[in-house]
Ligand binder design. Structure first.
Ligand SMILES: Nc1ncnc2c1ncn2[C@@H]1O[C@H](COP(=O)(O)OP(=O)(O)O)[C@@H](O)[C@H]1O
Ligand SMILES: Nc1ccn([C@@H]2O[C@H](COP(=O)(O)OP(=O)(O)O)[C@@H](O)[C@H]2O)c(=O)n1
Length: 211
């Protein structure tokens, strides 16, 4: 079984994808980490993230980088959304994600274009969303817990800017696949969101078996 989970920043897609991976016993790939690794490499090599050739040169990063907790900071997320807009960066990372999705026994991937580009034939697709204010509050709490002094307003502005870049790019923009179930987590606890996600996946898989 292949499960695709997409959505904007801090919608809760990673939390839901990890819980689904545990529930169904599937390997999970957080595809955002790949773009974050490219971003961190661009920064470490003093390259220009707006130049496609520079960003492509950063795609051959060492896999050990994926375990670096620094990848998860906000600056790297912002830079990731700049490098991820280059079509050649997306194609450099494409096969790796497709291979992960198609491994025997199935997989779950979360990102922005899993249901639309990486695994368009996925057995179940979720599009996780929440209002910008709720997402900014979640991200702000996370950042504050890690010692950041960023204000709520700054985090909200960053979230909006990232939404715009991710949805506005021409290659693989953030968009809900036509056959994805939308899951708005704005007023759901994590447990309620995960329970709803499991219901959606089970219903989509059952509908596929019937058809
Ligand atoms: N339904 C929810 N209610 C409250 N907090 C949530 C919920 N879902 C996720 N979170 C919290 O919000 C933050 C961002 O969630 P995460 O799953 O990392 O989002 P994404 O992967 O979409 O960026 C995390 O601190 C997570 O614990
Ligand atoms: N499949 C994906 C995953 C991430 N990305 C990009 O990588 C950035 C960081 O993704 P992420 O999933 O780690 O970010 P959060 O949603 O966790 O904040 C996003 O803003 C996107 O620009 C993408 O373009 N396609």
């Amino acid at each position: 079984m292949i499960i695709a989970v997409d959505g904007p920043a801090a919608s809760g897609k990673g939390t839901i994808a990890r819980a689904l991976a545990h529930h169904y016993g599937l390997p999970h790939l957080d595809t955002g980490l790949l773009y974050r690794a490219v971003a961190a490499t661009v920064r470490n090599m003093h390259l220009d993230p707006t130049r496609e050739a520079d960003a492509v040169a950063a795609c051959s990063f060492d896999d050990s980088l994926l375990a670096d907790p620094a990848l998860r900071d906000d600056e790297t997320g912002k830079l990731a959304s700049v490098v991820s807009a280059h079509p050649l960066v997306r194609s450099a990372l494409l096969q790796r994600q497709k291979r992960f999705a198609q491994q025997p026994g199935g997989a779950i991937l979360d990102g922005r274009d899993i249901g639309t580009v990486i695994a368009p034939d996925a057995d179940a697709k979720l599009f996780v969303k929440a209002s910008p204010q709720v997402r900014a509050r979640r991200r702000h709490n996370e950042l504050a817990a890690n010692g950041s002094t960023a204000t709520f307003e700054q985090v909200l502005a960053d979230i909006r800017a990232r939404d715009e870049r991710d949805s506005g790019r021409t290659t693989a923009p953030l968009t809900q696949a036509a056959d994805a179930a939308a899951l708005d987590t704005s007023s759901l606890t994590i447990d309620a969101a995960v329970a709803r996600a499991i219901q959606f996946v089970d219903a989509q898989v059952a509908a596929k078996v019937r058809s």
